[in-house]
Design a protein around this ligand. Structure first.
Ligand SMILES: *Cc1c(COP(=O)(O)O)cnc(C)c1O
Length: 461
């Protein structure tokens, strides 16, 4: 057909609105989205005609494209993806996944009114921090605690309270950048604390701190260098020594622990990671850590330590700007609860489970997914192999966790093309490429996603 007749064949929006499938979509999808999708569908066909890309089309082609477009418009921009990368705490993919219980708590707290700032005992105004302070104290052994938006906010709030217009003494070996957006020196500047760098990148001694003490000293700040390790000729001042020096000069010692490990990983065959409990036990006055890294909860910053300092921090006006949301509180409480029984924590908190589950388990799962794929797409080339998962999130950077992966390739597509098609799937599947093969690490993939993955490969191939 020539272009003119093709253009004449294009339906009007009003006509399409009478189609059953369009009225059907209108029942569940907002009308403006349906109209947008119809308009864009007709535009696309018109452009294709004008650009000689279309020789003919049927009404059904138009409706099929409309269905694809309207469903795309109706899915949230922030959507579920399947993480096949084997990076467990993946900051770009939303860090920690919440447990069932935590999610249930969020639902209940957010689809109902709640006692966020209401004291049910006396019917008066209450504190939003009260809901998790007790459990944080119980788990960590701290005298007091509070929570804010994230750990960056926690560090800023602590320094702004204890060290505004004063000096924070930090070892040069700990002036780290985390994830490109959290740089210790920058956060300190925002808080109004003056940074005093002591020691060298690889070695800092107690006398480096001691020699820099003045009447302007506000805190000693220790930062856990969570995302890198310095090896070789190194020296760091121990917590005990720093605490002793702090006591002698009445200077509080603050530690940014970053990941916030609450269980002893060495029990499970990992290298020992310092825990929150240990820092507090050794006398650190105030610790801060993330909620969505090793703790396995929602984005949050937890501040725990001596009551006299936490009380002052709670009164800082800045808390109003950094405060934690009710949904986060609900999720955090639901996550922390598991830590009362470590066995339950490692079973139910997805981040901990993914780190600690055995590679044999993932070998069996890999076999199951492979069978499904083979059955659905017989000509796909899929093999099971060993590999390593990473903790991610700047945590345990040297820890390589043995795992099993599927290695997938196909003659019709390069690995790069396959990766892109998987990434652009309805439910995006994020995979790694290695040696011209697609790698799917079973450790970060759920059983409940096996069907979606199989379906995606079927559609692609
Ligand atoms: C991750 C991290 C932060 C930032 O924590 P967020 O919760 O992402 O704000 C700060 N300090 C250290 C040491 C970290 O590891």
């Amino acid at each position: 057909m020539d272009n003119k007749s093709l253009l004449r064949k294009l339906p009007k929006i009003d006509e399409l609105l009478k189609e059953d499938i369009v009225s059907e979509k209108m029942k569940s999808i907002l009308r403006p989205l349906v109209i947008d999708a119809l308009r864009e569908t007709i535009d696309k066909f018109r452009n294709d005609i004008l650009n000689q890309k279309l020789e003919d089309f049927e009404r059904e082609d138009i409706l099929n494209y409309f269905i694809y477009l309207v469903e795309e418009k109706n899915t949230p921009r922030l959507k579920k993806v399947i993480n096949g990368t084997g990076v467990i705490i993946h900051t770009n993919l939303g860090r920690s996944i919440l447990s069932r219980e935590a999610v249930q708590n969020v639902l209940t707290a957010s689809e109902n009114f709640n006692n966020l700032e209401y004291n049910l005992e006396n019917g008066e105004r209450g504190s939003r921090y009260s809901h998790v302070e007790g459990i944080i104290k119980k788990i960590t052994g701290a005298e007091a605690a509070m929570v804010v938006n994230n750990n960056a906010a926690a560090v800023m709030l602590v320094l702004s309270t204890l060290c505004k217009d004063k000096e924070a003494i930090v070892s040069r070996g700990q002036l780290v950048e985390i994830g490109g957006s959290f740089r210790v020196p920058d956060v300190m500047t925002f808080s109004g604390a003056k940074l005093v760098e002591v020691g060298t990148t690889n070695r800092t001694h107690l006398y480096d701190y001691e020699n820099n003490i003045s009447e302007d000293t506000g805190v000693f700040l220790k930062v856990h260098t969570s995302n890198f390790k310095i090896m070789g000729f190194t020296e760091e001042v121990s917590i005990e020594e720093l605490v002793e020096l702090g006591r002698k000069h009445h200077i509080p010692v603050v530690e940014d622990i970053g990941s916030g490990v609450l269980i002893d990983f060495s029990k499970y065959g990992f290298t020992y990671e310092p825990t929150v409990q240990e820092s507090l036990k050794k006398g650190i006055d105030v610790v801060t850590f993330s909620g969505d890294k090793m703790l396995g909860g929602p984005q949050a910053g937890i501040i725990a330590g001596k009551k006299e300092y936490i009380d002052r921090i709670k009164k800082n006006q800045l808390t109003r700007a950094l405060r934690i949301d009710k949904m986060t509180l609900a999720a955090l409480e639901g996550t922390l609860k598991y830590y009362l029984d470590e066995q339950q924590a490692v079973l139910n908190i997805p981040t901990l489970y993914m780190i600690l589950s055995s590679k044999e388990e993932h070998k069996k799962r890999a076999a199951r997914l492979k069978n499904k794929l083979k059955k659905a797409v017989p000509h796909v080339d899929v093999n099971i192999d060993t590999d390593f998962s990473m903790v991610g999130g700047g945590s345990m950077p040297t820890e390589k966790i043995q795992t099993y992966v599927l290695k997938i390739k196909n003659n019709n597509y390069t690995a790069k093309q396959l990766e892109e098609k998987l990434r652009k799937n309805n439910t995006p599947i994020i995979a790694r490429i290695y040696n011209e093969e697609i790698i799917l690490d079973l450790r970060t993939v759920f059983d409940r996603d096996f069907d979606t993955i199989t379906e995606a490969f079927k559609n692609i191939m």
